[in-house]
Design a protein around this ligand. Structure first.
Ligand SMILES: [Zn+2]
Length: 403
């Protein structure tokens, strides 16, 4: 941070730039003097960092309406209009593409949805078409964040395995999109995106240790511990759906038997209700039957929660989180399911760790997580691009950039 150091002046400049971005993110629009005071560095150092960030279109300067005598100093904010990031979500049935300013606010008018194509080349073409429609000369795309349903190897930026969209397995979607669009691209697992969305946009900004449980077709877990996002060696942490819970149980789509997903996911619920009624029952109908008090569906939901509570108690015991965010349409539409899950978790978790933990509905979504991933990658890349390309950034480091 010291501008007097003779060591690696370019690196120090970039570190100062990253701190300017973090400080504005934390304190909101600021003058150069505000930044100098918050960061404890000299005005000329701030002025130099700000100049570089204005040129890179990461900041923009604005004047407030005059309300008293004298002209108020210009203030700086994260760019709303001078540049943009793009978020992409890839789910089993549908995909979305949307643009946001570097301030992270989604541009509602930019949201484009489409049915998930059935092969890789069509998916790539569909995304490229829509992202190209968002790019303009006035607003270059700084980075693209992609939330994908599947295991992502963060070091290789490769989708390692996607049970529900098998054609994605082994594909380096981030690199393919970067080549086609000429912009940096960062892939993240969809559950990790949910976790990041809570951290950046939700209440979790005040927590440094929390988890996000995502129950949908499968089950995922995102965990932040002491301010560090857990990715594991390659990015495969949080595969809670494939914890074995039933010895010799039903076959799971991962190839093993008795995984949690075979007894406690939307997929398992739909399978069980369909088998009992002798016809294919979609999840929407299952939820509607439950809301109308169908006894069989209610008892299936009770079993689902019994198994899910085992997993939740393990999360409480292993990580001692301040909060677990619970995400999923099932909990949204049947709020009593969340209360029941918390009660059952209380019976199983160790008492002091359970007493430390709050249970809240998730407020973000994977689109916000994709946008947050893109913004944090740009912030970190101010330093890392001196040493290599964006794809070489360890995600844990990139995500620290959004504090
Ligand atoms: Zn499995």
């Amino acid at each position: 941070m010291s501008e007097a150091s003779p060591i690696q002046p370019q690196l120090l400049s970039r570190i100062n730039e990253t701190f300017v971005l973090r400080t504005i993110r934390q304190h909101g629009p600021s003058t150069r003097s505000d930044l100098s005071r918050h960061m404890g560095v000299t005005f000329p150092t701030i002025a130099k960092a700000v100049s570089s960030l204005l040129e890179a279109r990461l900041l923009e300067e604005f004047e407030e309406a005059v309300t008293g005598p004298g002209r108020p100093p210009k203030r700086l904010r994260l760019s709303k209009d001078k540049s943009q990031v793009v978020g992409i979500t890839i789910d089993v049935d549908s995909c979305e593409v949307a643009a946001a300013g570097f301030d992270g606010v989604l541009r509602d008018t930019s949201l484009l949805s489409f049915a998930t194509p059935r092969d890789y080349d069509s998916l790539l073409a569909a995304i490229v078409d829509r992202v190209q429609a968002l790019a303009t000369e006035e607003m270059p795309i700084l980075c693209i964040g992609v939330s994908v349903v599947g295991l992502v190897n963060y070091r290789r930026q490769e989708i390692r395995f996607a049970a529900s969209l098998p054609y994605l397995g082994g594909k380096q979607l981030g690199q393919d999109l970067s080549h086609a669009l000429g912009a940096d691209c960062l892939l993240v697992h969809d559950t990790h995106a949910l976790c990041l969305a809570e951290y950046v946009y939700g209440d979790a900004s005040s927590f440094d240790t929390f988890a996000v449980l995502d129950l949908s077709t499968g089950i995922g877990l995102g965990v932040m511990v002491n301010g560090s996002y857990l990715t594991g060696h390659s990015g495969f942490t949080g595969e809670m759906g494939h914890i074995p819970v039933v010895i010799g149980g039903d076959k799971c789509h991962c190839g093993r038997r008795g995984c949690l997903e075979t007894v406690a996911s939307e997929w398992a619920l739909v399978e069980h209700v369909s088998a009992a009624t002798g016809r294919s029952v979609p999840i929407e109908e299952v939820l509607s039957l439950a809301a109308n008090g169908d006894q069989f569906v209610r008892s299936e939901l009770g079993h689902l929660n019994e198994y899910l509570a085992i997993a939740m108690a393990n999360v409480v015991n292993l990580f001692n989180p301040q909060c677990i965010y619970i995400s999923g349409q099932l909990f949204q539409e049947l709020p009593w399911m969340r209360d029941q899950l918390v009660e059952q978790t209380q019976q199983l978790a160790i008492e002091p760790a359970f007493a430390d933990c709050r249970f809240l509905p998730a407020s973000g979504g994977d689109m916000l997580g994709a946008v947050a991933a893109a913004i944090s990658a740009v912030m970190s890349s101010r330093v890392h691009e001196l040493h290599g390309t964006l794809s070489g950034i360890p995600l844990g480091v990139a995500w620290h950039g959004v504090q």
